[in-house]
Write a protein that binds this ligand. Structure first.
Ligand code: NAD
Length: 342
């Protein structure tokens, strides 16, 4: 593989627009094709960002010489796309959640590993600028040994207009958002051993759960992941994630509007983090949009160096185990022993 890496984008829907804009700023890559079963979407992406438009992924793989594919379709097609990539010897970066079930996810990881192909999941929350800052503080030792974390995403923003498929999903907010918070918990605190879920549906118009709280046990620590699409507040903080991490020497709090407070032996440090601006980013999406750039840069760095991506397919099996385990706990009313599905 040599730069510029030739790639195709498969799935040109809502979130893929961020991928396209972020790739367009990166001279390390060249978009040679777009693909969407909705021809108008594939054509519009090709017109605006370049490449040939396809409506059939199998045809795309058969006709194009690719270094990698960026898969931004919804989860039911992820396995098929990754297996096509493996069959054609093409590296892949795939949107979260990797799959709805562990057998599919394991098959995808195996297909790529058998061909020794780079495989990353577009798990972007840990790549958000404020999350990298929190991790920096944590790694500096300023708050000592962390023993409690709460990763909170609560909003009343109407997510259904842009993502109508969320209304029909039997499994909704845990698979859609808590999945990111599980990865953040691992990023900050390490691997959970056990979890317990409480979740309900507040909005009667949807099928799945829209409010969830998951308690996680880690060695010598407790984590809480709480997620809601029904929480009204004085002003919308969508799509921000709040973090509290308590340690033996202090506390880190990432609150509304990216306000970071670090309480440590050194005193109290406060700052409002400023998300790096790009020509195409806009509030309130800027933090998420910036994280897409960071994910894609990380992917290119891994292709350049041969390093394993932080959120590799294999690593993401752990996130999926937590996600599916959260549903198992909800359905059984019992704690889930983490790793049982790995
Ligand atoms: N990381 C994040 O912050 C974030 C945010 C939103 C969505 N997502 C993820 O991105 C993915 C896409 O979500 P979305 O909201 O953009 O969905 P979407 O429905 O807007 O886009 C998906 C696109 O894939 C196309 N598609 C479906 N099947 C296809 C196939 N077989 N071949 C080619 N194209 C096909 C659809 O026509 C559609 O244009 C999901 O996995 C979702 O979880 C991630």
């Amino acid at each position: 593989m040599t730069r510029p890496y030739k790639f195709a984008l498969i799935g040109c829907g809502f979130f893929a627009q961020n991928h396209l804009k972020a790739w367009a700023d990166m001279p390390e890559v060249e978009l040679v094709a777009t693909c969407d079963i909705d021809e108008a979407s594939a054509l519009a992406a090709a017109r605006d960002y370049g490449g040939r438009a396809y409506t059939d992924a199998a045809e795309l793989f058969a006709k194009e010489e690719l270094d990698f594919v960026d898969i931004a379709t919804t989860p039911p097609t992820h396995r098929m796309m990754v297996e096509l990539a493996a069959e054609h010897g093409v590296a892949a970066i795939c949107q979260k959640p990797l799959a709805w079930d562990m057998a599919d996810a394991k098959a995808m990881v195996k297909a790529m590993a058998d061909k020794n192909l780079p495989f990353m999941v577009h798990e972007n929350f840990r790549f958000q600028y404020p999350m990298r800052k929190v991790k920096e503080v944590l790694d500096s030792g300023a708050i000592g040994r962390p023993f409690f974390s709460r990763i909170s995403f609560r909003t009343a923003h109407d997510v259904y207009s842009a993502q109508p498929w969320c209304m029909d999903a039997d499994r909704m907010i845990i698979a859609d958002v808590s999945v990111h918070q599980f990865d953040l918990t691992r990023f900050f605190m390490g691997e959970p051993e056990r979890l317990f879920t409480e979740a309900i549906r507040v909005n009667p118009k949807i099928k799945g759960e829209d409010v969830a709280t998951i308690v996680l046990s880690l060695p010598g620590a407790t984590g809480i992941v709480d997620t809601s699409y029904e929480s009204k507040s004085d002003h919308s903080t969508y799509p921000q994630t709040f973090v509290t991490i308590e340690g033996t020497e202090g506390t880190i709090t990432l609150g509304p509007d990216y306000h970071l407070q670090v309480v440590s032996r050194a005193g109290v440090h406060e700052e409002t983090l400023v998300i790096p601006e790009r020509s195409w980013t806009s509030q309130p999406w800027d933090c998420i949009q910036d994280s897409v750039v960071n994910v894609q840069r990380h992917w290119i760095e891994c292709l350049d160096t041969g390093a394993t991506p932080e959120t590799s397919g294999a690593d993401t099996l752990r996130v999926l185990d937590l996600t599916l385990g959260a549903y198992q706990s909800l359905e059984s009313g019992e704690p889930y022993r983490v790793g049982s599905m790995l």
